[in-house]
Structure formats: C-alpha cells, structure tokens
Design a protein around this ligand. Sequence first.
Ligand code: M6R
Length: 621
Amino acid sequence: MCGIVGYVGPQDARDVVLEGLRRLEYRGYDSAGIAVLADGELTTAKKAGKLANLEKVLAERPLPAATTAIGHTRWATHGGPTDRNAHPHVSADGRVAVVHNGIIENFAVLRAECERAGIEFTSETDTEVAGHLLAAAYAEAPEGEGRLAEAMRAVCRRLEGAFTLVATHAAEPGTLVAARRSSPLVVGIGETADGTPEYFLGSDVAAFIGHTRNALELGQDQVVEIDRTRGVTVTDFSGRSVEPTAYTVDWDAAAAEKGGYDWFMLKEIAEQPQAIADTLLGRLGEHGNLVLDEVRLSDQELRDIDKIFVVSCGTSYHAGLIAKYAIEHWTRIPVEVEVASEFRYRDPVLDRSTLVIVISQSGETMDTLMALRHAKEQKARVLAICNANGSTIPRESDAVLYTHAGPEIAVASTKAFLSQIVACYLVGLFLAQVRGMKFEDEIAAIVDDLRKLPDAVARVLESMDEVRALGRSLADAGTVLFLGRHVGFPVALEGALKLKELAYIHAEGFAAGELKHGPIAVIDQGTPVVVIVPSPRSRESVHGKVVSNIQEVRARGARTIVIAEDGDQDVVPYADHLIRVPRTPTLLAPVVTTVPLQVLACEIADTRGYDVDQPRNLAKS
Ligand code: M6R
C-alpha cells in the first residue's frame, strides 16, 4: 500500500531517496516524508498530499546533506492523511526514525504498553509504536555491530500483522535496518562510478532502478542490515543467518519513465502490443506447440487436476473470468473464479488435485496472497500468473508464469491485464496439450492466432482518435452501462471498473442477458450504453442476442456505443457510435475489445481534469 525507500552510500541520500519516492508514488500518495541522518542527528520532513507538497517544503526548508536516509509515500490505513500521520515516525527520544508499509494488528495493545511507560504519541498511526519499541529495544541490545538489527528482530517478534519496516538510528551512521513479513521489500546493491559500494532498500525495484539492476530478494520474516562498511547481512527474526537470493532486474530506468506521454497510463496502453509479444516470447514452439518449461508442475500433476480455481482481485479478477471461458473450452476441466477477498472465508473445497491459479500484477496483493496460503494449507497446487519479478506471490506459489509486461506504474491496470489474459490462454492451452485434449493441429491453429494478437492490438491503437473524441463528449455523463455476453461480459466489467476508478463516474458492467431482469430500468434518455459485440462467427445465437440487446436499450433512449469487429454489418443500424476492432477468434477477442474501453476511460478522466495515473482513494498495490 505504501512506498518505502532507503539509501546508504556516497551519494547525497536526500536526492536518491526523493528520486525513489517519485518512482514509488504510485503505491500511495496520501502523504510523503523523508528522514536523513547527518552529524549524529536525525532530521525529518513530511507533508500530507502528493510528493510535490513535500518537495515544496524541502525547497523552503532544505534538510542537511546526508549519506543515510529513508523515505515513505503513504496510502493511509490507520489515521487520516495528515502531516502528523505522515511517515517517518520518530521515537520519543528522537533517536530512531522508522517508515512502515502494512498493518500492525496488535498496535493497540503495544501502544497502551508504551503509554503506560510514559510515552506520548504524536500520531494516530499503528507505525509510531514500532519507533518507540525500537528505541527501547536498542537501549537493551548489546553494544557493538548489529545492535540495531538485534533491536529490530526483538521488535518484530512482538508484532502481529503484515509489515515492512525500515529504520535508522542516530547513533548508527551508514546503517539501515529493515524487516519484512507479508509485505514487500527488496535490496539493491550498486556502486558509484569510482567503484564505491552503495545500498538501497525499496518496496520494489522501481525505487532504485536508476542506480542498479542488481537486487536481493528477501524472504518472509527476515531482517536485513545494510551498512556502508559491512555490506548486507540477512537473518530471520530469531537471528539465524540467511542467504538471500540475488537476481538481476530485467527492465531499466527508461521503462519506468513516461517517455513523452502525458500519463503513464497512456504509455502503458501504447506498450500493449509489446507486452503481449513479450508474454508470448519463448513460449510458442516452432511446431505450434506450447513450451512452458518454467511451470514447475510435472505432466502427471497437470494430468491429475480435476478442478481449477482462479483467484484474484480487481482487474486481475476480470482476467480470471476470461480465463474460465478459455480453459473450460479447451480442457473440459471445471473452473471456478473467485475474488480473493472472499475465497478463504467460505471454505472452498480444495484438495491435492485442485489447481489454484492466482493472478496478480504486483505479486503483493494481500487478499490474493492470503488466498494462496489458504489453498496451500489445503494441499492444492498453486500456479501464479504475475508481473512483478521476485514478489511474494510467485515466491510462495508452486509454479509461476511471469507476464513480462514490464513495469506498470499507472494505478489503473492496462498492459498487465492484457498480458494476464494471454498468460491464461497459455496455461489453458498447455493443459490441453499435456492432457491430450486437443489435436496437435488444433493447438497449432490457436497458437497461430495468439501470434497475431500483438498486431491486432497495434491496429486498434492506430484508430483511437474517434474514441478519444467520444470520450470528450461523455465527460459529463452521470451513469454509463457496459454490456457483454460470453467473454464480452468480463470485458464489460473491466470497462466499467476503468471508468469508475479513473473518471469517478458511476458505471456498471452487466451480462447483456441480465438487463431485462432489472438494470434496464436505469436507462433513460441519452444514457450511454457501451456494448461489446461478439463476432458474428461466434455462436450465432450469442451475436444475434447481443444485437437484439442493442435494439432494446436504444428503444428506451440509450445512446449506444458499439464495439464490433470489422465487417459486422448487423450492428450498423443501431449504433450511435461504432468502434471497430479487427476480426479475432471469439475466445481471444477480449484482448482487442478491452483496448478502446481503456482509452475511453482515460480520455474521460483527463477531460474531467483528474489525475489519470493516481486516482483518488487508490494505490497500485
Ligand atoms: O496487483 P494485483 O493485480 O494483484 O492488483 C489487483 C487489483 O488491485 C488491481 O487490478 C486494481 O483493480 C487495478 N487498479 C485496476 O485497474
């Protein structure tokens, strides 16, 4: 939910941390703050609102230059988005500064304990308690190397919940200590031009990608100390030494910049053909077969599967809904799709022959992570479809298929969504291949269709001017409905979600057949209704039924916005606005029909003057 940055090294730590916060702002923008350690003193600056507010404060009252600093960008949970609640939080003795991502669930008990000891709290956050506890634990820890890390371990053993903590102590220049439980943290290891080592901490690699691509993955319940002279030391919460996993980040700083676009979202929409191509790369064999060597499940395990659950949140959940149509059609294995926040509470029936596919762009969504853990406790096999390398969800899964969409910075998911859908197709087709559910030539034909998707999306993107003009004309809409059938239904849900989250317009997606069971009553003169029309080559009845639905809503005054494939003449008489997409096989069509809906929502939000990349009340993960 929040973004965390830490730096120890020869550069001006203020600049490095602010740059990191800029790159992590998508994780939360309720407030931002920074603490520097210079000449044995901790100094902090923090401000409610976006990072720009903090930067103004720093321009008026600069912090001292330092080589050790921590920073935070917040998505508020405990305590409103105020200056007081902004991180870093400093202990009562002024010696410890701490930033935190996550929720300390037993903070009330710990706070009461600190208050009994005479500590006055200055914020309403759960985080502040960690600062006070750290100061006390530091006082009790043995003097010498590793003292702050020892204090951190002692505190972590008392905390319940999910947390990443990064702390600095006034008596420990050149040292930062961090801990993680069910919340992300990565270490960056770099060196300056003259070969001097430098160390970074970040909620994700975006925090330091401008400096190094060498990263260390940290596991659950681990504490890391980064120190200018001693380097990196990792232990578990009991102090046992741990060997972290090193990896090289496969994207660079340029990938995380806007590249001339007004919004990251626009850039990411434009990157979709490449994202799909990268997701397919190396996975389509030369004989039209699927090559998914990285899926660490044996053929026998895949043959034993008798039920599949797809579990995810938000846009990733919509990818799961689309997956259901494809996987069931190709494999005849029953597929259930669930929002992750519900999954573990209703005691789903899972066993060794159940495959649970968890889908997550960030790999850190707590509900999805908890669903994954529940599935594993029940002995199900878990396959993650994930975009963020080295994140928690793929690490804890039995197998992973990375989407390779590159960094997605805009809060609204676009290229990650399309690549998730494509990854789901790969999984479905691979299962069909392993289980012998399709003839080789049938699989080869679908593989051929998959290869055409990047070009098809590129063609949609070339013809978006009219969609943008339409978006501008819809900026004052009060309600917008989205209708679809078959795979068009999840696309309708996704179109509505994009509009809500970006333009703050009430929008709903419906299975078009459900319309007459109630929702049709909200249609009034001029209500915009977006209809995703299946190919006329899909089951005839589905196409015909959707064309009838368009007539029904139009007869009741709706302004119809119709997304239909090239050559579909049946829709022409009933479309107030017609958006054409290339002919695409029915099951693969969501990859092309989603794109105009992304552009539409982006344009409407922009016209309404909203921050497209950082919508209100939201954060990326
Ligand atoms: O990182 P994840 O894919 O797990 O995130 C899931 C949702 O929070 C995410 O898709 C969210 O709905 C997006 N803001 C939608 O654009």
